[in-house]
Design a protein around this ligand. Structure first.
Ligand code: CR1
Length: 810
């Protein structure tokens, strides 16, 4: 029996909480209720909630110092947090009180919550994973810091103009960000450029340029407020704020130049998670936050009286992809240059602290820097990497190099400097061993392990799906949010009609809510009785939104040919942004919108088929769409999606998957059962084999009259107002170099969709299948993932007494 842990805060009454909101309205916002705007109410609510975070946060910090145990440091370029009000309220158990208090003050809780901008400090899955991990580290009571960059501009905002994507700057920091605490006293110098000299037997770096990294802390509170860790984000500031001499001369631009230059480093999040863009500035960003984080954790360690040779007993550093891979040489540099370590001792000590997660096999996403650029920006590290490479050659031979073809290969560097390397799903980890790192795997056997991704059930079910939460609470009790395996307790209920009716009612409520939201936001009407078929994620050729769209057109053709064919009504929902420089992805967006315009206007098919693509997909939109989805589209080319995490969110919220054997789809299917998953398409091995066949795409198109017709329609300008040029590249690309095998999987995908139609038409059967998805995916909690990292990689422990006691009993 696991005892229900007691929340560590004592909840206020609704009256007390209302009074707290009014107090903040007056004293923090300087407003009286009669003149308060939605913004003022939102800020006052957030500040009132924040007041309850501080005690658990202090408490956790105190316990961490007392325990002198190990801290986990999660280094990530991205933390895609989204909104925090509901997150904090839910974790503190104050959600109802907050809602009642706001309501009592005459405000609409939903509107107040929705007034908060998304903290969009990430691109997609990698950044959102980091946010889920922070939530789980706090829920599990593992002392941890997240380290990243406080970007002034998060991911760009997406607009559609005549169906084409337009980007504008995101400006979340134009309003005060109430969740963070500025730490002006915590600042470190970060050096760039200059030259390296040998002086008296010592190598000395004479930097050419220095900026300060200044800390901003956001507490991350876990479930029931039992523990709170810190997300520490770094902002770049000048070493001297202002050049008064220039100002007095009247040269105002020169006077502010130092500030402007320094700030550039933390100004924007690169809107691309698959290519190394921005070169020099991007490299500076990576070094900037990595160096600040390492200086900070060393300072903390030394302030506690630690001896640096024992560093790895107290410090576990996880590198989220290669972006912080400079941590290896930087830690070696700090140990050698500032703490008099020998080279080999420094490398050994650093490696014992560092581990690296690989998130993609796409070759364009494995970072490589031109060596001359690298040596110019980080001359000292250039030398240190030579030492690291030499040490690596001495143990493993020189088949795998870090410097190659005039480039510095960050994947290889991260691998060589890590004690463990992990992939993010079972399939992906195997492919990491067999493909990108096969030689390094042979040289360092056992270093590569798997940690399948997970998602936090607090945000991705408890908070975003209230109707389903209530049903689960009523059915199996309330201990599941931090013990998600308990969802299996739903399984015996899937043959109970009353339960199924309630399950479907919860879904229907979410669908109606989404329909209302779309109506208000976009003026589009959709029928909540139709199947909501959803594909939301970054737009990428390998994710194959194009295949989804082509299948939609094929279905439209079939419905037109036989309007009385008993079709299952569907709404195809798309959401997602394309990297601004990714031309093909932007053409795909344009085509989806063009096809939507034509198809949605067709009176013959309208009641059976609609396409909806709301602009500016983000975390908050996902929280709306996922609970309302009937069908989850996870249709990437097998071998290309490292894991996926959206796939887990949909299954958890009762949306069965149509998908390929790719990433974590494989494990999801194993859990939910093959009969509750719509599988189609080539396997990873078949994909590789097919690509070797000459003219595989033309052959596939020729064999599919359905696909041929659709491609002809697109080419003919049917969706582009007669413009035959608009999609000529997109279509010809499929004939000539369909690298992602859209053409080869098309017919199988179409056929699987028709099985979905049939299954959906039998609503009891469908609801049972949906409920089984929810019941069987408890394993995909990020609590399970983080427990795996803690045990297999970090050797880190929970400091929650309750949890330790439970585990000892178990
Ligand atoms: C992968 O594409 C995975 C996330 C989180 C992405 C996706 O399949 O779920 O990472 N990789 O592990 C990525 O963004 C830069 O690489």
């Amino acid at each position: 029996m696991i005892a229900m842990p007691t929340p560590s805060i004592s909840a206020p009454s609704v009256d007390d909480f209302s009074a707290a909101i009014l107090r903040h309205l007056k004293l923090s916002l300087g407003k009286d209720p009669d003149h308060a705007s939605l913004y003022d109410w939102r800020m006052s609510l957030a500040l009132s909630l924040r007041d309850y975070v501080v005690d658990p946060w202090f408490d956790s910090t105190r316990k961490t110092y007392e325990a002198r145990g190990k801290r986990v440091y999660y280094l990530s370029m991205e933390f895609l947090i989204g909104r925090l009000i509901e997150d904090v309220a839910v974790n503190l158990g104050l959600e109802e009180i907050a809602e009642d208090a706001i309501t009592a003050l005459g405000q609409h809780y939903g509107d107040v919550v929705a007034n908060e901008p998304d903290a969009a400090l990430g691109n997609g899955g990698l950044g959102r994973l980091a946010a889920c991990f922070m939530d789980s580290l706090s829920t599990l009571g593992i002392p941890a810091y997240g380290y990243g960059i406080r970007y002034e501009h998060g991911l760009f905002e997406q607009h559609f103009e005549d169906g084409a994507q337009i980007e504008t700057a995101e400006t979340w920091l134009s309003q005060a960000h109430v969740w963070e605490f500025e730490r002006p006293e915590v600042a470190y110098p970060i050096h760039f450029g200059g030259h390296v000299a040998d002086e008296n037997g010592k190598t000395v770096w004479h930097a050419g340029e220095t900026v300060m990294a200044s800390a901003y802390d956001t507490p991350v509170v876990g479930w029931q407020g039992r523990w709170a860790n810190t997300l520490r984000l770094w902002a770049a500031k000048p070493t001297t704020n202002f050049d008064l001499e220039s100002f007095n001369r009247g040269d105002y631009i020169a006077a502010s130049a130092p500030e402007a230059l320094a700030r550039t480093i933390s100004r924007v999040l690169y809107p691309d998670d698959t290519t190394d863009v921005g070169k020099e500035l991007r490299l500076k960003q990576e070094y900037f936050f990595t160096s600040a984080s390492l200086q900070d954790l060393l300072r903390r360690f030394l302030s506690e009286g630690g001896a640096l040779k024992d560093l790895s007993d107290h410090v576990a550093i996880q590198l989220n992809d290669t972006h912080p891979a400079i941590a290896g040489p930087e830690l070696v540099r700090l140990l050698i240059d500032e703490h008099q370590f020998e080279v080999s001792q420094a490398i050994t000590t650093a490696r014992a602290c560092l581990a690296y997660t690989n998130h993609t096999l796409l070759p364009e996403a494995l970072e490589r820097w031109p060596e001359d650029l690298f040596a110019r920006v980080l001359p000292r590290h250039h030398r240190i990497i030579q030492l690291i490479e030499a040490a690596h050659f001495a143990t493993a031979g020189d088949t795998v190099r870090i410097f190659e073809h005039g480039e510095v290969k960050m994947g290889e560097l991260a691998f060589v400097m890590a004690h463990h390397v992990n992939g993010v799903s079972a399939l992906h980890s195997e492919l990491v061993k067999e493909t990108v790192f096969s030689d390094l795997n042979a040289a360092y056997p056992g270093r590569i392990i798997n940690q399948t991704n997970g998602i936090t059930p607090r945000r991705w079910l408890y908070s975003c799906n209230r109707p389903l939460r209530t049903l689960i609470n009523d059915t199996i009790g309330t201990a599941w949010p931090d013990n998600l395996d308990q969802l299996s307790g739903l399984t015996p209920h899937v043959d109970d009609s009353a339960f199924l009716e309630r399950f479907q009612a919860a879904k229907d409520t979410n669908k109606v809510q989404l329909a209302n939201w779309l109506k208000a936001r976009n003026g589009v009407s959709i029928d909540p009785a139709a199947m909501f078929d959803v594909q939301i994620k970054r737009i990428h050729e390998y994710k194959r939104q194009l295949m989804n769209l082509l299948e939609t057109v094929a279905l439209w053709n079939d419905i037109r040919a036989k309007p009385n064919g008993g079709w299952t009504p569907r709404v195809k929902l798309f959401g997602g942004k394309a990297a601004p420089g990714y031309v093909v992805a932007k053409e795909i967006i344009h085509l989806i919108n063009d096809a939507a315009r034509v198809i949605n206007a067709d009176p013959v098919t309208r009641e059976f088929l609609q396409i909806v693509y709301p602009e500016n997909y983000n975390v908050s939109m996902a929280e709306m769409l996922i609970p309302a989805a009937d069908l989850s589209e996870q249709i990437s080319t097998a071998g290309k999606e490292a894991s996926g995490t959206g796939n887990m969110k949909f299954a958890l919220n009762g949306a069965p998957t149509i998908g390929t054997l790719d990433g974590a789809n494989v494990e999801i299917r194993d859990c939910v059962g093959a009969e509750n998953f719509f599988l189609f398409g080539l396997t990873a091995a078949e994909v590789t084999a097919r690509r070797a066949e000459p003219d595989y795409a033309r052959t596939a198109i020729a064999a599919s009259p359905r696909l041929s017709e659709v491609l002809d329609q697109v080419k003919s300008g049917l969706f582009s107002g007669g413009d035959t040029d608009r999609y000529v590249n997109l279509v010809n690309g499929l004939y000539d170099h369909d690298y992602f095998l859209v053409t080869c999987d098309f017919d199988a995908y179409f056929a699987a969709q028709r099985q979905v139609d049939t299954a959906f038409a039998d609503s009891r059967h469908w609801t049972r299948m949906a409920a089984l998805n929810t019941a069987r995916v408890g394993w995909f909690s990020s609590d399970r993932t983080i427990s795996g990292y803690a045990k297999d990689i970090w050797q880190a422990h929970s400091l929650l007494e309750q949890r330790d006691a439970d585990q000892n009993v178990a």
